[in-house]
Design a protein around this ligand. Structure first.
Ligand SMILES: Cc1ncc(COP(=O)(O)O)c(C=O)c1O
Length: 396
């Protein structure tokens, strides 16, 4: 069975260029792009010094599973961050380093979802709506049916788990969830995660938790899915947790992250990556190990994002359904018509934001949960954020 390539949805950033490139800002203001979730802080000096110290290793083919030092640093970070017992996550069983989580989020659907040739009933992959666009492509290319679950404000911007029927859950091979959520920046609570985990185990699907924003939070550190596994005896069966240095260490260009969890799947992904993935160069593995060992630069990053949220609150508080995002670094503003406001902000304030509907699909009732919103990335330094947010507040 060949997946239906025509049903792949395009990148939201390509759609944005199509929308805005024909339009010109009316003023000479410097254009500012608050579209992509790319931290503009510099990565810590630590990264640069380790890359320099190890640059003689670029000549070597890198191992597909990273280095033991890197996997151990990752395991130590998981244990520290989520207060896990030492023997729960083992570096040689439960961890697969990946070169950025994007590809891994895509590839993992291939190893989980069997293609059922000739069957009328495709397996289902559940994802939130709005969603990170890779989940959708992953489901389609794995030969599964992507089923989008609206994530509305009245459910803390997470899918309503009580609305899922046993029939649907029995067809499900994987469920992508993201906490802190992108684009809304909300955090899944313990009870919610507990329910999601119970469903995965009851209906035999894999819970794929995209936790790449877990280190960026306003007040309380988000609960990770591995904490729930710990509380339930320590088994990580049917659970995967995805983490990245892109947001944590402002190192999106390093392309380094990992997945942790179910041994069968982390091993299968490793195997697939040995055929079809690019391994991280050894200097990158060494830099990744150093970054996972260090928490000080992350605390500094967090405080910068808090400052940016303070600035956003000063300019936009009380308007457009503003709330301080408990996690991540996006504002999700209810502006009424996301596409129109995006055009207005570009032409009148030279600011680029992302319309919410480019991150979501219209459901069978004609409702698109992103249509009213814009996503605003608070990724610049405080001076630029002050400039951008005051321009936005003036124009809106
Ligand atoms: C929700 C979410 N998941 C995963 C990623 C992928 O991050 P990376 O491939 O840099 O680890 C991103 C990047 O923007 C993201 O927003």
């Amino acid at each position: 069975m060949n997946p239906d390539l025509s049903s792949l949805r395009g990148s939201p950033f390509v759609a944005l260029r199509t929308l805005l490139d024909p339009l010109q800002p009316q003023s000479n203001l410097t254009p500012l792009a608050l579209t992509i979730g790319e931290p503009q802080n510099q990565p810590p000096d630590l990264m640069k010094s380790v890359l320099e110290e190890t640059d003689h290793l670029y000549g070597k083919y890198p191992p597909g599973d990273g280095t033991k030092e890197q996997r151990q640093a990752i395991t130590d970070w998981l244990n520290r961050r989520f207060d896990l017992p030492e023997d729960m996550i083992l570096e040689n069983k439960h961890i697969t380093p990946v070169n950025g989580t994007k590809e891994a989020l895509y590839m993992v659907a291939q190893v989980i979802t069997a293609r059922v040739s000739g069957s009328n009933e495709k397996p289902v992959i559940l994802l939130p709506n709005p969603y990170y666009h890779v989940y959708y492509a992953a489901a389609v290319m794995a030969g599964a049916e992507p089923v989008l679950l609206n994530a509305n404000r009245d459910h803390n911007f997470f899918p309503d788990l009580t609305a899922l029927t046993p029939d649907l859950l029995d067809r499900c091979s994987a469920f992508y969830l993201c906490s802190p959520s992108n684009p809304q920046g909300t955090i899944a609570g313990r009870t919610y995660l507990q329910e999601a985990l119970a469903l995965a185990r009851r209906h035999d699907f894999v819970l794929i938790m995209d936790e790449c924003y877990t280190e960026i939070y306003d007040q309380e550190a988000p609960t990770g899915i591995l904490e729930l596994c710990r509380d339930e005896g320590g088994s990580v069966e049917r659970v995967l947790s995805f983490h990245s240095l892109s947001k944590r260490s402002s190192a999106a260009g390093l392309r380094s992250g990992f997945i942790a969890g179910d041994e069968k799947i982390t091993r299968a992904l490793l195997n697939l990556r040995n055929f079809a993935g690019a391994a991280s160069p050894l200097p990158v593995c060494a830099a990744a190990a150093a970054l996972w060992q260090d928490d000080a630069h992350v605390a500094l990053n967090r405080s910068r994002y808090r400052t940016n949220i303070d600035i956003a609150e000063k300019h936009l508080g009380g308007r457009f359904g503003f709330y301080r995002p408990p996690g991540g670094f996006f504002l999700w503003l209810d502006v009424g018509d996301g596409v129109e406001v995006t055009k207005k902000l570009w032409t009148e304030a030279a600011i680029r934001v992302l319309p919410g509907e480019y991150l979501s699909v219209t459901d069978e009732t004609g409702f698109n949960p992103g249509a009213q919103y814009i996503r605003v990335a608070l990724v610049f330094d405080s001076e630029m954020m002050e400039e951008a947010l005051s321009r936005m507040a003036n124009v809106l």
